[in-house]
Design a protein around this ligand. Structure first.
Ligand code: HEC
Ligand code: HEC
Ligand code: HEC
Ligand code: HEC
Ligand code: HEC
Ligand code: HEC
Length: 258
């Protein structure tokens, strides 16, 4: 039995590597991990596509604030963002309005109006960004994969403090109910169990990022497999994309064999 489990474990490990090598883009550099390219309208309107860096934004805001209150979809391209929306204070324009962050056009006393288009429309361009990933990462606790940053520890240590409420955008909410952590039993006997921290996930993500779209609200009612996770479903809706990647088996399979 142990052998069968080990065999499945190893073949899945190989599958995960195959996923990684089959499509080169799946193993990005630490600074590019979690970057998404938004291009529903840009190139067809002769603009460079938009590169949205998660690392920079998730260091400041909770996932919930953007994905629930502001309304960004959890799949690239699914939100129908236009320049007009942004200029009307929606989506990116909720913050990129020259108050919270730079807007499309910035007024400078010295230089007059300066276009900031290329800071967002940067795909394939050589843009000098104001925020440096390298400098930022130097101050953060390290991890092996993904951004190379241990985001949870960074928050526990107070190195990042996430804004979870924006006046005029977020609805006042009741204090979130504590969610019990639980063990997920892998469907294969002898497989290391997964300890899922419901409470920590809820703190970052809120409830609506997971329920009911990614997970039903009844434990075990919809079984899923590792293969589905590798293809971006269930836990894989976030892990491998923005949260630490699936090759880090032991961070989920905690009582793991080595
Ligand atoms: C804060 C980020 C940001 C800045 C700054 C910005 N844009 Fe955009 N813009 C976007 C996003 C996101 C989209 C949607 C992209 C898509 O789906 O292709 C977009 C879409 C567009 C489009 C596609 C057509 C349309 O009407 O939506 C054009 C053209 C455009 N922007 C031009 C500009 C110009 C010109 C500037 C500078 C004056 C600018 N943008 C500054 C984020 C930005
Ligand atoms: C400042 C806003 C913001 C924050 C904070 C943020 N996101 Fe996003 N996220 C976006 C935008 C914008 C997109 C692209 C949406 C689109 O193209 O329709 C996106 C896309 C995604 C996607 C889809 C990626 C893909 O490859 O298709 C996932 C998964 C995701 N975010 C998870 C998270 C998680 C988890 C967190 C917290 C750790 C987080 N996001 C924090 C704005 C944000
Ligand atoms: C919840 C607020 C918020 C939202 C929503 C948001 N941003 Fe930002 N963004 C910020 C802040 C704050 C900064 C850092 C401020 C600065 O660099 O001036 C920033 C910085 C950036 C930078 C880095 C620029 C540089 O030179 O380093 C890019 C690129 C960017 N945002 C793109 C986007 C795009 C594209 C969207 C929408 C898809 C978006 N942001 C939505 C708050 C937000
Ligand atoms: C990262 C994703 C995620 C977030 C965020 C999340 N949950 Fe869950 N939740 C799960 C998973 C996974 C299960 C188990 C589903 C399964 O086994 O099919 C679950 C199960 C549940 C259950 C059923 C428990 C049981 O014993 O049957 C309830 C109730 C629940 N969640 C409520 C919440 C609430 C309330 C929040 C916000 C405070 C929340 N969840 C946030 C992933 C999440
Ligand atoms: C993001 C968390 C996460 C990561 C990372 C992860 N797993 Fe899993 N794994 C799960 C969950 C959740 C299940 C399913 C639990 C259940 O059956 O309810 C699972 C199930 C499994 C199973 C049982 C059989 C099956 O297909 O369901 C095997 C074997 C497995 N994982 C191997 C791996 C290997 C090998 C890696 C690294 C390459 C890995 N896992 C990385 C969360 C993860
Ligand atoms: C809505 C997005 C989302 C989904 C879905 C999700 N996670 Fe996560 N998870 C995160 C984020 C964000 C973190 C913070 C660490 C990071 O970003 O690398 C995290 C962290 C973790 C950690 C590290 C906890 C710690 O204490 O160090 C584990 C383990 C984990 N997730 C397992 C799972 C499992 C198992 C599932 C599926 C049952 C799952 N996650 C589904 C977003 C998600």
């Amino acid at each position: 039995m142990i052998r069968t489990a080990l065999f499945i474990f190893l073949s899945l490990l190989i599958t995960s590597q195959a996923f990684a090598f089959g499509e080169k883009v799946r193993r990005p550099k630490a600074r590019d991990f979690g970057n998404v390219v938004i291009n529903n309208y840009s190139e067809e309107n002769k603009e460079f596509a938009v590169v949205f860096p998660h690392w920079l934004h998730r260091a400041k805001y909770s996932c919930r604030l953007c994905h629930v209150d502001i309304g960004f979809a959890m799949r690239t391209g699914d939100t129908d963002i236009t320049e007009q929306d942004n200029n009307a204070g929606l989506f990116c324009g909720t913050c990129h309005n020259n108050e919270i962050a730079f807007g499309s056009v910035v007024n400078s006393k010295l230089h007059g109006k300066i276009n900031q288009c290329d800071r967002c429309h940067s795909q394939g361009q050589n843009v000098t960004f104001k925020n440096s990933f390298r400098e930022f990462r130097k101050t953060m606790p390290r991890e092996r994969f993904g951004n190379g940053i241990d985001w949870m520890t960074a928050e526990d240590q107070g190195k990042i403090k996430l804004v979870d409420f924006l006046e005029g955008v977020s609805f006042p909410r009741k204090e979130m109910e504590r969610q019990a952590d639980f063990k997920l039993e892998a469907t294969v006997e002898q497989m290391p169990k997964i300890i899922f921290s419901h409470e920590k996930h809820a703190k970052w993500n809120g409830c609506e990022t997971c329920h009911p779209e990614i997970f039903p609200v009844k434990k075990g009612s919809q079984p899923y497999t590792m293969q589905q996770i590798f293809t971006g479903q269930y836990c894989g809706a976030c892990h491998d994309k923005v949260a630490f990647p699936n090759i880090d088996c032991q961070r989920c399979h905690v009582d793991s064999v080595h």
